[in-house]
Write a protein of this length. Structure first.
Length: 229
């Protein structure tokens, strides 16, 4: 695997309450500027705040607020964008956790509505884990076909660990799907989650391209999102 952080990252829910130093926060801001979106035509923003609120909120010294215009692909794009930061934190010795039901406590200075938040800071619990500690559905239940990149998608985090996705590997392509018939909050989470998984596939791919392919296999109960080439 190209990025071994994928094999050991974990969601950190306990933090040292002390704010990070100025130098570390500047590195975080620099990484935000390096983000590559999945859909460049969707406007989004990422900013740092010190407080959020909402269901299942976590106390942390800092949070990322990921905001976006509302378009087809918004949630998938935000998942792809945010996971680049999640992996950056883990690689940099910082903990982080996706907060699907949180929002900024202060008035949003962006014209774009908040989609999701990510907590981050110095961890007060183990930052990494072994591969055997991952609790995931068997790979055969969420994918078919053979491609070494599927492991990276399998290890991706998902809301409530639901793993509402499916992947079909054929001819050096990976077709990506998300479960249908999910309403409201869960549909939002599943769209973000498939974006997270596609980020992992992008990292493990050489010459990553994400397209809407033609003559794709149909997976009953799932909606086609796109194809990794």
């Amino acid at each position: 695997m190209k990025n071994e952080i994928i094999r050991k990252r974990r969601s950190v829910r306990k933090y040292d309450p002390a704010p990070l130093d100025t130098s570390t926060l500047e590195k975080v801001r620099e990484q935000i500027e390096r983000i590559t979106p999945l859909y460049p035509d969707i406007s989004y923003s990422v900013r740092i705040v010190s407080k959020t609120k909402g269901l299942f909120n976590i106390k942390a010294p800092h949070y990322l607020i990921l905001s976006s215009e509302d378009k087809d692909g918004t949630y998938v794009n935000i998942g792809y964008v945010g996971q680049q930061m999640d992996l950056f934190f883990s690689e940099s010795g910082l903990g982080s956790c996706w907060l699907g039901a949180s929002k900024p406590e202060d008035k949003d200075i962006s014209d774009l509505p908040c989609v999701v938040c990510i907590s981050f800071g110095k961890p007060a619990e183990p930052l990494h884990r072994s591969l055997s500690d991952f609790k995931r559905k068997p790979l055969a239940k969420i994918s078919e076909g053979s491609d070494k990149r599927l492991e990276a998608a399998w290890l991706a985090p998902s809301g409530l660990n639901a793993q509402n996705w499916y992947f079909i590997a054929e001819n050096e392509k990976i077709h990506c799907y998300k479960r249908k018939s999910l309403l409201g909050f869960m549909d939002k989470l599943s769209s973000i989650d498939i974006g997270i998984a596609i980020c992992h596939l992008a990292i493990e791919s050489s010459g990553f391209h994400f397209v809407k392919d033609v003559d794709i296999p149909v997976r009953k109960g799932y909606a086609y999102i796109g194809t990794v080439k």
